[in-house]
Write a protein that binds this ligand. Structure first.
Ligand code: HEC
Length: 431
């Protein structure tokens, strides 16, 4: 299938779900100013590292000084240094670029904010594939891993992981976010960071047990008694109070494999963990928990095959979409070694509640993604930051490029976004 199909899939899904396609299509982006934000590779520069003895800025970081006081305009140089092997990068990825120029345009009408992002991918193909389940002759096993993983770096597994575009939003209620942005959420102990929490330590932790999580992910300082120690989680009561007072950041992720095929971006928030919003996401695991066999396979009648093999990777669009091209897995279909079925399935119909707020249309052409993310204004869910006309927000951007996850992204220092208000990035009112 051709690239144009990606766009069509997105628009069709958008139209069926929310009739927004027309409004996205109508926008004359040439009339909306473009900001270029330089994203850089941060390595393992955590909340703890920027406050630690090896960071020359530590003393001032502790007094809540903005990173850009000392680092404005240095993003490219920082990224080029941090992407290489060094104290903040123990697992360097071969050929990785240190920075990405992200073009950002924002517009709004009476109902929605429209974020348009453009960036060049490192590879001459879009990162729209994700991990697979591969039959090895006996069992179905995960095939393809992100490039910071040892199994990819030592050549045991290929690097396969979706591209993503992420925005973090604070409305001024998270202390320090305006100055230090995403670094408030990035801590030692998280996956791929220094001192990664062991399974046993995570299992023994009262907060993680209470929220039924098995690892440490982004969290805000206020959710811990000691912000520099993930183990010191506050009680669920205290965390609920922080949430009710708006002490969380919104986190929206456009995903090239797990949300774009159904015309959406996911919707989450960070407080004591990187949580999904209430309701249900547009994607889910396709492996049966007990047997690890796929739950769905491609509908041969519609796409011409039930599964693919590795030689078909990066050729065409390999999305498994429940209401478009999937049928229940047939264990007796004569599977051969090397047959592969996506490890995740997407569904627009399944997406529900606050988790289903965001629509998106993304297409990749000539080495560049163009993504328009549509966010309703004035949301009233208790896990969303409501974007309102007249509002100014602190925002951080991140792009995951070239088959990578966790900290392997390129990130921005914090910017302000104004909707009908003065800011670094000002949204244009649509007529
Ligand atoms: C008071 C000034 C100051 C502040 C504020 C500050 N830094 Fe730094 N930072 C420095 C200096 C100086 C260096 C060393 C730069 C060099 O070696 O070229 C540095 C180095 C770094 C490095 C390593 C890059 C390298 O070139 O080795 C990272 C990452 C970093 N800072 C992140 C941050 C972040 C994130 C913040 C905000 C939370 C921050 N800094 C705030 C002064 C500051």
């Amino acid at each position: 299938m051709k690239k144009s199909t990606v766009l069509l899939v997105g628009i069709t899904a958008l139209a069926s779900g929310s009739a927004l396609a027309a409004s996205v299509d109508k926008i004359d982006w040439a009339k909306v100013p473009t900001s270029t934000v330089t994203l850089f590779y941060p390595g393992q520069s955590s909340y703890e590292w920027v406050r630690g003895s090896t960071h020359p800025g530590a003393a001032l970081v502790k007094t809540n000084t903005a990173c850009i006081m000392c680092h404005a305009g240095k993003e490219k140089a920082m990224g080029n240094k941090l992407v290489k092997a060094g104290p903040l990068e123990p697992m360097p990825v071969k050929g990785k670029n240190g920075s990405i120029d992200l073009k950002v345009q924002v517009a709004y009408d009476t109902q929605n904010a429209f974020f348009r992002f453009q960036w060049k991918t490192l590879n001459p193909f879009p990162g729209s594939e994700h991990q697979y389940l591969r039959f090895d002759g006996k069992e179905w096993k995960v095939y393809g891993y992100p490039k910071l993983d040892k199994v990819v770096q030592d050549g045991t597994q290929p690097g396969i992981y979706e591209d993503r575009m992420t925005i973090m939003i604070d409305d001024g209620k998270v202390p320090g976010f305006a100055q230090q942005g995403c670094w408030l959420t990035c801590h030692d102990g998280e996956r791929d960071m220094q001192k990664v929490a062991s399974k046993d330590d995570a299992a023994a932790n009262a907060l993680l047990a209470a929220i039924k999580k098995k690892d440490v992910r982004k969290y805000l300082p206020a959710s811990r008694d000691n912000p520099s120690d993930w183990k010191t989680g506050k009680s669920l009561d205290e965390i609920a109070k922080l949430k009710a007072a708006g002490g969380f950041v919104d986190l929206m992720q456009w995903r090239a494999h797990r949300s774009n095929p159904v015309g959406m971006a996911d919707d989450g928030y960070v407080l004591e963990y990187r949580n999904s919003d209430d309701g249900k996401n547009m994607f889910g695991g396709n492996a049966d928990k007990e047997t690890h066999m796929p739950k769905f396979m491609w509908d041969e009648k519609r796409v011409g095959y039930k599964s693919i093999t590795a030689d078909k990777l990066r050729q065409g669009e390999h999305f498994l979409i429940r209401e478009q091209n999937a049928v229940p897995f047939d264990p007796k279909a004569g599977w051969k070694e090397g047959d592969m079925i996506p490890d995740y399935i997407t569904s627009r119909e399944d997406a529900k509640g606050s988790a289903a707020d965001n629509n998106a249309v993304g297409s990749w052409k000539n080495g560049m993604w163009t993504v328009v993310l549509v966010r309703p204004l004035n949301l009233t869910n208790d896990d969303d930051k409501a974007l309102k006309v007249g509002g100014v927000y602190n925002v951080g951007f991140a792009v995951h490029d070239d088959n990578i996850t966790t900290r392997g992204h390129h990130v921005s220092f914090v910017k302000t976004l104004g909707i009908g208000a003065k800011a670094d990035i000002q949204a244009t009112k649509l007529k």
